[in-house]
Design a protein around this ligand. Structure first.
Ligand code: NAD
Ligand code: LMR
Length: 330
């Protein structure tokens, strides 16, 4: 049995937190031989902290052998202390009449503070995964504050979009989910994202040949995956939670599994035409636990290039909206 790792989770009493924490504590994220200490961070709001107490009681009541401790706090300096993984789930939701730019700025301020504190107090090997929306830009903002931790340690989640795309392709082809491989997400976690179907395979054959319906792939497929989050909000009256938590388990599990190939939003180095300094979804191969190499050189046809240009444009616009929050040189 390894010694325990410290996993900090913000928004721990929220919807995603309620699905996520039990999966981490059961071993689904780091494996059956890895104990964890959960460091649960909530906003300094009485109702949220009271709810967090209840969640911690339920974690105790599960008697998970891998759960070696629980910290409950509203102080990020306590919550991120010595954390090996920082899972940034908490964020302010969009309120009535609120513009996207206002949301970006309000959440931007939260992620500035969290980026600074993580850089100061987290473990030397700390990794950060951002879920709170707008996830790519929040991740870019947090990373911009780090002087000690390099930018590749900061990733944002597009795994839910990958899982959604895989599921839609399997349904359309009438095959089990595991028959679908190599479907990766490029760009922003927003309706502009691009699920690059031309590289996907179904039972080892090109998905485009198996499905044989380019109009569906370019139209309904991309639209269904891109707007799935909004469809769930419309149906459930609340945003996706269990599937988002599950995707974060997948995101981290793949990042700690050498050889795994999966979609992650990472700092662009110009690959696929993404602007430098935006965090864009793209395929990566995990090299050593917590580290990865971007898979470059995937061919993109004219349709794919147009989609990538659109999602890149949105990411650069988001960056411009929060420019005043960023260090001058970044
Ligand atoms: P929620 O409102 O149920 O929970 C959010 C929690 O965060 C609340 O308990 C709140 O008190 C807390 N919080 C707010 N500010 C905080 C801060 N500064 N520090 C610590 N905690 C703070 O929301 P949810 O359904 O759990 O969703 C959380 C976020 O995840 C939202 O931004 C949502 O849009 C996003 N999301 C992302 C994806 C994705 O694929 N990237 C998918 C689904 C949801
Ligand atoms: C999702 O993709 O389900 C969420 O990001 C949607 C949202 O806006 O919370």
């Amino acid at each position: 049995m390894n010694s325990p790792i410290r996993v900090a989770v913000t928004g721990a009493a929220g919807q995603i937190g309620y699905s996520l924490l039990f999966r981490i504590a059961s071993g689904a994220m780091f494996g059956p031989g890895q104990p964890v200490i959960l460091q649960l961070i909530e906003a300094p709001i009485e109702k949220a902290l009271k709810a967090l107490e209840g969640v911690a009681m339920e974690l105790d009541d599960c008697a998970f052998p891998l759960l070696h401790g629980i910290v409950q706090t509203s102080d990020p300096a306590v919550g991120f202390k010595d954390a090996n993984w920082c899972l940034l789930v908490g964020a302010k939701p969009r309120g009535p009449g609120m513009e996207r730019a206002d949301l970006l700025k309000d959440n931007g301020r939260i992620f500035i503070g969290q980026g600074q504190i993580i850089d100061q107090v987290a473990a030397a090997d700390a990794r950060v995964a951002v879920v709170g929306n707008p996830a790519n830009t929040n991740c870019m903002i947090a990373a911009s504050q780090a002087k000690r931790l390099p930018p590749e340690r900061f990733t944002a989640m597009v795994r839910l979009d990958q899982n959604r795309a895989q599921s839609q392709l399997a349904k359309k082809a009438g095959v089990p989910l595991t028959a679908v491989e190599n479907i990766f997400i490029y760009g922003n976690h927003s309706p502009t994202m691009f699920p690059a179907f031309a590289h996907a395979t179904i039972n080892g054959r090109p998905a485009m040949a198996v499905i044989n319906d380019d109009a569906w792939l370019q139209g309904a497929f991309c639209e269904t995956v891109g707007k799935r989050g909004a469809a769930i909000i419309a149906a459930r009256g609340a945003s996706s939670a269990a599937s988002a938590a599950n995707a974060l388990v997948d995101h981290v599990r793949s990042l700690v599994t050498p050889g795994a190939i999966h979609s992650v939003a990472v700092k662009s180095n110009g690959a696929y035409g993404f602007d430098a300094n935006v965090w864009a979804g793209m395929p990566v191969r995990t090299t050593t636990p917590g580290s990865y190499a971007v898979i470059t050189g995937q061919a993109m046809d004219e349709f794919a290039q147009t989609k990538i240009a659109a999602t890149n444009r949105e990411l650069t616009e988001e960056r411009a909206m929060v420019a005043e929050l960023l260090p001058k040189a970044s």
